[in-house]
Design a protein around this ligand. Sequence first.
Ligand code: ATP
Ligand code: MG
Length: 328
Amino acid sequence: MNGRVAAANGRPEGRPSRQINVILRSQEPPVLSSAVPEKESTPAQKNVVQHSLYQEIQKELDKLVGLENIKDIVFEIYALLQITQMRQEAGLANGGQVYHMVFKGNPGTGKTTVARIIAKLFQRMGVLTKGHLIEVERADLVGEYIGHTAQKTRDLVKKALGGILFIDEAYSLARGGEKDFGKEAIDCLVKSMEDFKNQFVLILAGYSDEIDFFLQTNPGLPSRFPIQVEFPDYSVDQLIQISELMAKERDYILMPQAIMKLRQHLIQEKTESEHAFSNARYVRNTIEKTIRNQAVRLLNTYANANPGKLELMTLRTEDFKLDLKGTV
Ligand SMILES: Nc1ncnc2c1ncn2[C@@H]1O[C@H](COP(=O)(O)OP(=O)(O)OP(=O)(O)O)[C@@H](O)[C@H]1O
Ligand SMILES: [Mg+2]
């Protein structure tokens, strides 16, 4: 399972129960054996429950703009969990699946958001008991003296038991080379993955090339993270869609002129800041700053009266005070 899904119906959308039925009641003839009865009774009731569970997850995924490859991977994980359960009940080997993952992508591409949804999926499917997410970075894991790092790392793993331990900028653990305490943290994590097998899921996140470098620093690492997910940068169109969504969630609307201004700005910002451009996070900061600007404008304009409802909702061109280089 490596970032790609052979979707059963060959298309990214329309994942609900119909697709599952294709898997369960495959038209293909059974490969082997007289031991497999030709017709089995399907536990239909149970499937309905399981699918409504996925629909809940899908609702959250649907709120995210783009990320089609990631939505496919989440479905793939769901399908695997579901089938593994059925295989267990049928007395078949379950293969000891490992669900540790690597999320590769630039800042603000949705990594933390997706990790939270996956945590919920694992919890609902009974793989994780709690389904919480502990998000940490180097400073949370690495200590200042010998032995301190192992202690800090172990404590965090314990906190993450039953949920997901999400390590942002994981490559920074390998930054200082052999003598750095970051290495101790990595060794401790690798050991914890054995000691607490199936009790927590580890997600490493960071820029693509840096994560690849990180995985090479320890020969035990790559095989321990069988699920690798790429989070692409958003296009300008997607960033605009995200802006509109974020405004809508907060009960604001963007005037068409304001959208044009924002679009121009995003095109420029994306090209000029490249690596540092923080995608949807940038958009969120921009919208929040714009909302503050609108509040000031309204207070100044309506000194002796209340603005109407529509005016309270409207973000105008002049509310978008946009400078380059992230200084919104
Ligand atoms: N596809 C999307 N659709 C709508 N909103 C999104 C999408 N992706 C991210 N966001 C929003 O953008 C913000 C940043 O997302 P998130 O924190 O998940 O990114 P990240 O990749 O973890 O960033 P960082 O690397 O900086 O930690 C959040 O408010 C999130 O809800
Ligand atoms: Mg994050």
